[in-house]
Design a protein around this ligand. Structure first.
Ligand code: GLN
Length: 331
């Protein structure tokens, strides 16, 4: 009863919500100048630094789309959420969490330092590179394509089509990523990799190079908001205990070494990538009936100009502003 009323409310105000988001996209787009597009993966430098777009999709299909949309970009670190989910579904949660911990590092996503100081030298969490590379090694299959197949299959179920690999981005990272290779060798020495190092890194670089859009991210967010249940197909595609841990990891570790601030000031599970994407999950909440998307929603943001931590500089501000205005925080 209450849900029906809330949904009607969002529908009734859709035009107003659209205008509101359009205005704030225009406002924050000006701040893209203060950030910088990632260049350590040379191909990422081709992105338009002033692009900014957002898609919000609610449980009953309400969509707010604004700014620079339909620009495919590589998923980068956001893929870490998907590979973690697939590994847990294939290998079991206990098995996976025995190999990768669930503690925030407070360090850059590609840091090696925490591996050195931790004892046992287990990667801190699946959202930093050391943890994600370990997860890629746990995926079933002998070749990178076999390992990636369930990630593509999961994505297809979530977003309704099979996304493509951006081969140029993949080759660009493969040919330059010395730090990830260093992390890989370190993990190999410590006995954390379950697959050949070359195949593991190939899998990791490829999963980061899958092309998606803000609409796709919003759909992924919506499924996670619904604890793995897809509202369009009526199918449970991820077990609830896996979505629960994935969302906790996004909340505590998803925004690199800005995760604490994001949790404090925005308060929703999110994961960013160096191509400028942000996946955000707004769970259903009990609040004033006038607030939009009370049934929960998924949000996808794209803004390639990054801040010092490697998060979309204008994207994070836009997300924070909307989440605060519409009281989307978990707390
Ligand atoms: N492929 C990138 C890397 O490993 C992903 C990093 C990111 O998006 N933070 O460096």
């Amino acid at each position: 009863m209450v849900q029906g009323y809330v949904n009607l409310n969002t529908e009734r105000n859709k035009e107003w919500l659209q205008e509101y988001v359009d205005n704030w996209v225009t406002f924050f787009k000006k701040q893209t100048d203060t950030g910088k597009v990632a260049d350590y993966i040379p191909k990422l430098e081709d992105a338009d630094p002033n692009a900014l777009g957002i898609t919000i999709i609610g449980k009953h299909g309400t969509q707010i789309r604004s700014g620079d949309l339909d620009i495919p970009f590589s998923i980068q670190s956001i893929s870490k959420v998907l590979s973690f989910i697939v590994a847990c579904m294939d290998r079991g949660l206990t098995y996976v969490l025995h190999r990768v911990d669930v503690e925030p590092t407070g360090e850059a996503f590609n840091s090696i330092m925490h591996l050195e100081i931790n004892n046992p030298k287990r990667p801190f969490n699946p959202m930093v590179n050391s943890g994600a590379i370990t997860i890629s090694s746990l995926l079933n299959g002998k070749t990178s394509d076999q390992k990636l197949e369930p990630i593509f299959a999961l994505l297809e179920k979530m977003i309704g089509y099979r996304p493509e690999l951006d081969v140029e981005v993949y080759e660009s990272e493969r040919d330059t990523s010395m730090r990830n290779r260093a992390i890989g060798y370190y993990l190999l020495e410590e006995g954390y990799l379950e697959s050949d190092l070359g195949v593991t890194l190939e899998t990791y670089f490829k999963q980061c190079s899958i092309n998606i859009t803000t609409d796709d991210l919003a759909r992924i967010g919506l499924v996670l908001s619904n604890d793995g249940f897809h509202p369009d197909t009526g199918e449970v595609i991820i077990p609830r205990n896996v979505t629960r841990i994935a969302k906790s990891l996004m909340l505590t570790c998803g925004m690199y070494d800005a995760s604490g601030k994001f949790a404090a000031y925005v308060g929703i599970p999110a994961k960013s990538g160096v191509s400028g994407g942000i996946l955000a999950v707004v769970p259903p909440r009990v609040r004033d009936n006038d607030l939009p998307f009370l049934d929960g929603c998924g949000i996808g943001v794209f803004g390639p100009a990054l801040d010092k931590q490697g998060n979309s500089i204008a994207g994070i501000k836009l997300l924070r502003h909307i989440a605060n205005s519409w009281d989307m925080s978990l707390f």
